[in-house]
Design a protein around this ligand. Structure first.
Ligand SMILES: NC(=O)C1=CN([C@@H]2O[C@H](COP(=O)(O)OP(=O)(O)OC[C@H]3O[C@@H](n4cnc5c(N)ncnc54)[C@H](OP(=O)(O)O)[C@@H]3O)[C@@H](O)[C@H]2O)C=CC1
Ligand SMILES: O=C(O)C1=N[C@H](C(=O)O)C[C@H](O)C1
Length: 271
């Protein structure tokens, strides 16, 4: 099969630059375009140079329709508004759309699902093997423990992160809720402040810390009578997520339209 031609959306961002570097070193993948926000001062700059590599001749553009005329996939780690705009074009062009953007609303999620009868979407709040394994473990532990164990999810990220709780924390919350056979949206406790009253039994709590350059730390705490179990993951470099996104794109190339998760890509199934 010919090399997969990939567009990096948000090419000037932290993940975008990491993705450009990983594409350059991945056999079977080639950078076909670099997308940035309309009005960005980075438009016209060379994607390779921005990523700390030699110039590669791919200049940042805000025109996905034109870029995608000659592409097979788009790696999208941007902001919700941009991802939703990209969804329609990716579907129309038949691209593999790998979505890592977090902070999407329920209606954004519905828009993404609505195109998957004709589009190939791989979406995950975290593209790392470790976090996807952790989610499977969290589901398993939540299945085994009753409501005498309170579930709390703690995450810490760098000071530039703009959404909370993190997409990963919500994914781990979904895993815990699936293990307990409850609906997360009915049982989550977020943003405690002031006179909150006692913790409601069966809730899944979330807490977010921000500071410095932390790439991504997540802990799921099962706090029971006189004992506590903590399952945790620490991301050490965001290149980890970029490798996961590339793996997802190459895996999805040629697949039937549908909505896929990183668990599908990694062969973890519905564990
Ligand atoms: N699923 C996963 O494994 C991971 C997910 N993420 C998620 O990825 C997203 C990006 O993270 P990060 O790279 O740190 O953030 P950055 O802010 O560094 O990068 C986002 C980039 O998207 C650009 N952008 C904004 N609007 C558009 C648009 N309309 N079209 C194209 N590009 C646009 C921004 O440009 P500008 O600055 O000019 O607005 C910026 O360059 C976040 O939601 C984060 O949570 C991050 C790591 C791993
Ligand atoms: O914004 C980030 O940096 C990250 N975002 C993702 C999230 O919201 O969970 C994944 C990772 O933790 C880094």
């Amino acid at each position: 099969m010919a090399d997969m031609r990939l567009i990096v959306a948000g090419a000037g961002g932290r993940m975008g630059r990491a993705l450009t570097r990983v594409i350059a070193e991945t056999p079977g993948a080639v950078l076909a375009g670099a997308l940035e926000a309309p009005g960005s001062e980075l438009l016209g700059k060379d994607a390779g140079v921005l990523a700390g590599l030699p110039a590669n001749g791919v200049q940042l553009s805000a025109d996905l329709w034109t870029l995608s005329a000659n592409a097979d996939g788009i790696l999208d780690f941007t902001v919700p508004g941009a991802t939703i705009a990209n969804v329609a074009i990716a579907a129309q062009r038949g691209l593999v759309h790998v979505i890592g953007t977090t902070g999407l609303s329920a209606s954004d999620e519905a828009v993404i699902k609505s195109v998957t009868s004709r589009a190939i979407v791989v979406k995950s709040g975290n593209m790392s093997l470790g976090v996807n394994l952790l989610a499977a473990l969290v589901k398993r532990v939540a299945q085994s423990l009753d409501e005498s164990f309170d579930i709390e999810i703690l995450e810490m990220h760098h000071k530039s992160k703009i959404d909370a709780p993190s997409g990963t924390a919500l994914m781990l919350g979904e895993a815990a809720a699936a293990g307990r056979k409850i609906a997360l949206e009915e049982r989550s406790a977020r943003g405690r402040d002031g006179f909150t009253g006692a913790r409601r039994s069966g809730d899944i709590g979330f807490a977010s810390l921000r500071g410095g350059t932390v790439v991504g730390d997540h802990s799921v705490i099962f706090s029971g009578p006189h004992e506590r179990i903590t399952l945790a993951h620490h991301a050490e470099d965001r290149i980890l997520f970029a490798h996961g996104a590339l793996k997802a794109a190459l895996w999805a190339h040629g697949k039937k339209p549908g909505f896929y998760s990183m668990a599908d890509v990694l062969g973890l199934g519905d564990t």
